[in-house]
Design a protein around this ligand. Structure first.
Ligand SMILES: [Zn+2]
Ligand SMILES: [Zn+2]
Length: 432
C-alpha cells in the first residue's frame, strides 16, 4: 500500500519536473539496478577501512554512468565528479563500511561474511547500519542525475566515504585533498536510514542534528601486591570504582538541567586473579553532548575527577587520560534545511516530510562541515510502516541500527532515498 501511494505521489509530481522535483518513471528506470546493488552489497559487507570491494563496485558503476572517478581517496574512499555547465558544486556522500555484527535477520540475502578485524580477531560482518542502502541510493541518484542533465546545472560530486563507524574516514578524505584535488562543494548532502520513521518518509532536523562524541580511555595506576596484604599496595580497582561513581555526578550535578549530556563507562578492565591486587586499571568511556560548551565542561570534569580520585587513593602517579577518538556534532544549516523542505515535499508528498528531534548517535560527516561545507543531513525512514505502528501502540520495539536484526524495508526506503536525493540535488543545482 505504501508503495502504491508513493508511486502516486511521484507520478503527480511528474508534471513539475522542470521546477526541480522528480518523476516516478525516472526512479523506475534506475530502481532495479540499485536494488540489485543493494542485495549484492548486503551479502558482501566489509569492515571499516577495508572497503576495497565495496569501493570498486561503486567506482565501476559511477564510471559507467560517465562520472570522472578517483579511487583511494583517504584510504578506500571514492570521489566522482560530473560537470554539467556553470553552477554550484554539490556533494552527496554515502558511507562504505559495515560492522562486526553477526546478522540474525533470517533474510534470504542475510550476510554470512566473516573477516579479520584490525586486532586480528575473526569476526562476523554485517551491514547493520544500512550503509549498503545509502550506497544503492547514491548510485540510483547518480543514474537519474546523469540521465537527465537538462534538469540541473553545475558540478555534482559524489563520494563514497570509508570508515565512518570508526569516525576516521571523513577526516582521512579531507586530509588526502578531497577539497583541494577536487572542487570544494558549496553544499553537502547526506542521509541516514533508521527505524525511527516509516519507509517512504524523511525527517528534517534544522540546527544540531546529532551529538558531539568523545571516546576516552582512563588508565589508573596503583601499586600491585598480594590480595591478603592490601596495606602494602595501592588498589587501582577501588580507585576505579570510586571514579566511576563520581563521574556519574557530572551530568546529574554539574551540567545545567535540560542540557543534553551522557557519560557512559562502557568497560572496566583490571586484574588477573582474585588474590592479586593489580598495578593498574583501565576504563573506556563514551561522552555525548549537543553544545560545544557543554562538551568542554564535561571533558574538563572527567579530567578533574579522575585526577582527584587517584590522588585521594594515594596513586603513585596521575592517571593517563586519552581522548582517542572524537567527532563534532553534525549541524544542519537552518536556512538550507528550510529551503530544501519544499522540494522534498514535492517529491515525497507533504505528509512524508517530518520534523524530527536531534538524535544521540554521532557521525563523522561533521569533518566536512568543519571545512566550511554548508550541509543538509537528513533522516530516511527504514521501518516497515505496519510494524512501526504496532510498536508505537505498545508492541515489540523495532531493532535499532547496529542490531543483528536491523533490516530496513528496502523497496520503499530505497525509492524514497533516491527521490529525496534527486529532489534536493536538483534544487541546489538549478542555477542561481
Ligand atoms: Zn552506525
Ligand atoms: Zn551509519
Amino acid at each position: 500500500m505504501r508503495i502504491t501511494k508513493l508511486l502516486a505521489v511521484f507520478t503527480l509530481s511528474g508534471a513539475a519536473l522542470a521546477q526541480g522535483v522528480v518523476d516516478s518513471r525516472e526512479i523506475d528506470a534506475v530502481y532495479r539496478q540499485a536494488h540489485e546493488l543493494y542485495l549484492d552489497l548486503h551479502q558482501a559487507p566489509e569492515l571499516s577501512g577495508h572497503e576495497a570491494q565495496t569501493a570498486s563496485k561503486l567506482a565501476a558503476r559511477l564510471r559507467t554512468l560517465g562520472y570522472e572517478v578517483t579511487e583511494h581517496v583517504g584510504g578506500t574512499g571514492v570521489a566522482a565528479i560530473l560537470r554539467n555547465g556553470t553552477g554550484p558544486t554539490v556533494m552527496l556522500r554515502s558511507e562504505l563500511d559495515a560492522l562486526p555484527v553477526e546478522e540474525k535477520t533470517g533474510l534470504s540475502y542475510a550476510s554470512k561474511v566473516r573477516a579479520q578485524d584490525d586486532a586480528g580477531l575473526d569476526v562476523p560482518v554485517m551491514h547493520a547500519c544500512g550503509h549498503d542502502l545509502h550506497i544503492a541510493s547514491l548510485v540510483g541518484t547518480a543514474a537519474v542525475m546523469a540521465h537527465n542533465q537538462d534538469a540541473w546545472h553545475g558540478t555534482l560530486m559524489l563520494i563514497g566515504q570509508p570508515a565512518e563507524e570508526t569516525i576516521t574516514g571523513a577526516k582521512a578524505m579531507v586530509k588526502d585533498g578531497l577539497f583541494t584535488r577536487f572542487p570544494k562543494p558549496d553544499f553537502g548532502i547526506a542521509l541516514h536510514v533508521g527505524n525511527e520513521l516509516p519507509a517512504g518518509q524523511v525527517g528534517i532536523t534544522p540546527g544540531v542534528y546529532n551529538t558531539n562524541s568523545d571516546s576516552i580511555r582512563i588508565t589508573i595506576f596503583g601499586r600491585g601486591g598480594h590480595g591478603s596484604q592490601p596495606n602494602s599496595t595501592v588498589d587501582p580497582i577501588v580507585i576505579a570504582a570510586r571514579t566511576i561513581l563520581s563521574l556519574q555526578t557530572i551530568v546529574s550535578r554539574e551540567v545545567k538541567p535540560g542540557e543534553a549530556a551522557v557519560v557512559t563507562v562502557g568497560y572496566v578492565r583490571a586484574g588477573t586473579k582474585n588474590n592479586i591486587i593489580p598495578d593498574k586499571a583501565e576504563m573506556g568511556l563514551t561522552v555525548r553532548t549537543y553544545k560545544d560548551e557543554v562538551r568542554q565542561q564535561v571533558l574538563a570534569a572527567i579530567i578533574r575527577i579522575s585526577k582527584a580520585e587517584a590522588a585521594a587513593g594515594g596513586a603513585p602517579k596521575e592517571p593517563l587520560i586519552e581522548n582517542y577518538e572524537g567527532t563534532a556534532s553534525v549541524y544542519n544549516d537552518p536556512a538550507l534545511a528550510n529551503r530544501l523542505r519544499a522540494p522534498l515535499e514535492a517529491a515525497l508528498g507533504k505528509e512524508n516530510v517530518i520534523a524530527t528531534e536531534p538524535i544521540m548517535p554521532s557521525e563523522d560527516y561533521s569533518a566536512f562541515i568543519e571545512q566550511g561545507v554548508r550541509s543538509f543531513y537528513f533522516s530516511l525512514g527504514g521501518a516497515d510502516p505496519e510494524r512501526l505502528a504496532a510498536s508505537k501502540a505498545g508492541g515489540p520495539t523495532l531493532p535499532s541500527n547496529h542490531s543483528p536484526l536491523f533490516a530496513p524495508d528496502v523497496e520503499p526506503a530505497l525509492r524514497a532515498g533516491i527521490g529525496a536525493e534527486v529532489a534536493v540535488l536538483r534544487n541546489l543545482l538549478n542555477g542561481k
